[in-house]
Design a protein around this ligand. Structure first.
Ligand code: MG
Length: 270
């Protein structure tokens, strides 16, 4: 094939006079230089300002959810059924200081810190329900903010995104600072909402290089918000996604200073 191309190119050049050859050569040179400089431009400089990784347009359209409720199936690992918080710990290994409510839910105790499961997981199907405060305070990222970190690293955002504009890749159901949800499937503040998350863990080789990305599908309140979305790496507030190698990891829930509640947390290992 390569030989054919070479012969074909040679025939074309033979058929052209010197002036046309020079013109043709200049065109190829111009295209080559531009391609090379475009490649250089594509190399992104690490951001130092959080605004550099915010995407404000387009804004996902609003879809009103129906009523859903889902309790654990027989083969699920029940992480939280409302009776105790034994499956969780703070990041320093201490017992959690979040509030266990009488209605089968737990609520973030602001400034007590994130909590994580004691157990670690690979790929899974996760069901989790969450509720932002009915008393609306703050705006943007400061309204009902929490988050669900898959394998301790990849945040599916929890936020009161009901009539609350923020950067699209930071609203509820976003893969934080990476991928905005397909639609805005949020219920009003104070109402229970659900995420059903199908997560495929990334793979790394022995040298610690990622050989297979993580993928995630998210259904919020029965509405698809991510359809097998590729997770580019970690989800930092400032900076690009990173890909440190890791094994199985815990499920982490974020204390962002807001009184967000959770209930009915279970997963099925895949
Ligand atoms: Mg968050």
């Amino acid at each position: 094939m390569m030989m054919k191309v070479v012969l074909w190119s040679f025939e074309i050049l033979k058929s052209l006079d010197m002036r046309k050859t020079i013109v043709l050569f200049s065109v190829f040179l111009f295209l080559g230089i531009n391609f090379s400089s475009a490649q250089k431009k594509a190399k992104k400089v690490e951001p130092t300002d959080p605004k550099q990784t915010e995407v404000w347009t387009p804004v996902p359209v609003v879809v009103t959810p129906g009523q859903v409720n889902s309790s654990a199936p027989s083969d699920a690992v029940v992480i939280f059924d409302g009776t105790n918080t034994d499956a969780f710990e703070h990041l320093d290994g201490s017992p959690i200081k979040w509030t266990l409510n009488g209605d089968g839910s737990i609520t973030v105790t602001p400034k007590s810190g994130d909590i994580r499961t004691k157990a670690s997981f690979g790929s899974f199907q996760l069901h989790i329900e969450w509720r932002t405060p009915s008393v609306v305070k703050g705006e943007g990222q400061g309204r009902g903010n929490s988050g669900i970190f898959l394998q301790d690293k990849y945040e599916v955002q929890v936020l009161d995104s009901y009539n609350n504009l923020t950067y699209s890749n930071g609203q509820a159901s976003s893969i934080y600072k990476q991928t905005m949800p397909l639609v805005n499937a949020c219920r009003p503040p104070g109402e229970w909402q659900s995420y059903d998350i199908i997560y495929k863990a990334p793979k790394f080789n022995k040298k610690g290089v990622k050989t297979s990305s993580a993928y995630v599908t998210v259904i919020q309140n029965g509405i698809l918000t991510h359809n097998n979305t590729k997770i580019q790496g970690t989800t930092p507030y400032i900076g690009w996604p990173k890909n440190p190698p890791h094994e199985d990891g815990p499920l982490k829930l974020q204390d962002h200073g807001d009184l967000v509640s959770y209930r009915n947390i279970w997963l099925r290992k895949l």
